[in-house]
Design a protein around this ligand. Structure first.
Ligand code: NAD
Ligand code: WQD
Length: 338
């Protein structure tokens, strides 16, 4: 029996493939390479030390999915495939609803048809919306998302929960990620954004390597200790290990469970910049600019449910995240393009 990993060539997916294989799972990977490159797959196979089947396939292609299920014995799906650029989702919402929401519906239809009813889904802290205060707990009411991307995650959580109510054989773990950063400690795989990064850590790394002149820090007048935004940064390898624990759980239970994957500790943008400089001995010039529309002051998790339900806890600290992000960036200044 194997676990199908959709979006397995992406940033979080590639790290998860390695941790799943390390934990003894057989995996099958699917990706349409919309936001990833074949080189990520080559390196993931190399780091895993084991080959696994790969299908270049879109999750909206029901016939392509059927073939994967027919050619492999799939007992559960870890579902990463999706579009994730917040700003872009405001410009082209239909593309996001089609890819993320429709894609997940097609995937679930084929899964049900093939008798595979276990899914670990990549949700996001963004489903908590603007109103809930941190630390965020899974029992808080979700919704009130500020952009179409966030709404796709909110809608998919609802769809998957409805599915579990309709059919008690379904088992779904909704993993709400906080801010994944860092890279595999080998420096061989990591986050490879297209164009100018939207997220903080890839931006900081590209400033440090001289590709971008300086970081713009979006606001220093939030109600936080130093005025800059506070986030729950989590090392991508810790996050990947959370998927191993969630898979163990989904194979042994039914019903839907939402689980936060974060460290529970909030660090500010300036904390991260200073930790990055110190851990790596590099300079990161910055300038304070206006707040970015839609941003919140402090967002961090209460990770206790992940500990009690899954037996998972983040182990890596901010220094590891900064060191590993820089190793990836400095060893691969052009990402996977080289
Ligand atoms: P990523 O873009 O690196 O990986 C997603 C992968 O899915 C890519 O390889 C892409 O080519 C593939 N894909 C997209 N649409 C597809 C489709 N229709 N069919 C097949 N493959 C498709 O993103 P990531 O950072 O690894 O994120 C993985 C998941 O986690 C996403 O669903 C994302 O929304 C979610 N998430 C990410 C973050 C984050 O900050 N990175 C935070 C919360 C949630
Ligand atoms: C972090 C902090 C910025 C860039 C986003 C999505 C969320 C989730 C994770 C997918 C904030 C500040 C950033 C920069 C800055 N993704 N910042 N200068 O916004 O917390 O979350 O990614 O689900 O849905 O919204 O992450 O890395 O963009 O920002 O000052 O150039 O860094 O204002 O305080 P965010 P981020």
């Amino acid at each position: 029996m194997a676990i199908l990993i959709t979006g397995g060539c992406g940033y979080i997916g590639s790290h998860t493939c390695i941790e799943m294989i390390k934990a003894g799972y057989d995996i099958v990977v699917l990706d349409n390479y919309y936001n990833s490159k074949p080189e990520a797959l080559n390196r993931t196979r190399e780091l895993a030390g084991k080959d696994f089947p790969f299908y270049e396939c879109d999750i909206r292609d029901a016939e392509g999915l059927r073939r994967i299920f027919k050619e492999n014995k799939i007992e559960a799906v870890i579902h990463f495939a999706g579009l994730k650029a917040v700003g872009e989702s405001v410009q082209i919402p239909l593309k996001y609803y089609d890819n993320n929401v429709n894609g997940t519906v097609v995937l679930c239809q084929v899964m049900a048809e093939m008798g595979c009813k276990r899914m670990i889904f990549s949700s996001s802290a963004t489903v908590y919306g603007e109103k809930n205060p941190s630390p965020l707990t899974e029992d808080m009411e979700i919704g009130g998302c500020t952009n179409p991307y966030g709404r796709t995650k909110f809608m998919i959580e609802g769809i998957l929960s409805d599915l579990c109510v309709s059919d008690p054989e379904w088992s779904v773990v909704l993993l709400r990620y906080f801010n994944p950063i860092g890279a595999h400690e080998s420096g061989r795989i990591g986050e490879d954004p297209n164009g100018i990064p939207n997220n903080l850590m890839p931006y900081v790394s590209q400033v440090a390597i001289g590709k971008l002149a300086r970081l713009s820090i979006f606001g220093d007048d939030y109600d936080t200790p130093d005025g800059t935004g506070v986030r729950d940064f989590i090392h991508v390898v810790d996050l990947a290990r959370g998927h191993v624990k969630a898979t163990d759980y989904a194979l042994a239970h039914t019903g839907a469970e939402a689980v936060n994957l974060g460290t529970g500790t909030g660090y500010s943008v300036l904390d991260l910049v200073n930790a990055f400089k110190e851990a790596n001995g590099v300079d990161v010039p910055y300038v304070i600019v206006d707040r970015r529309p839609g941003d919140l002051g402090a967002v961090y998790s209460d990770p206790s449910k992940a500990a009690s339900l899954l037996g998972w806890k983040a182990e890596k600290g901010l220094e590891d995240m900064c060191r590993d992000s820089w190793r990836w960036q400095s060893q691969n200044p052009k990402g996977y393009a080289e």
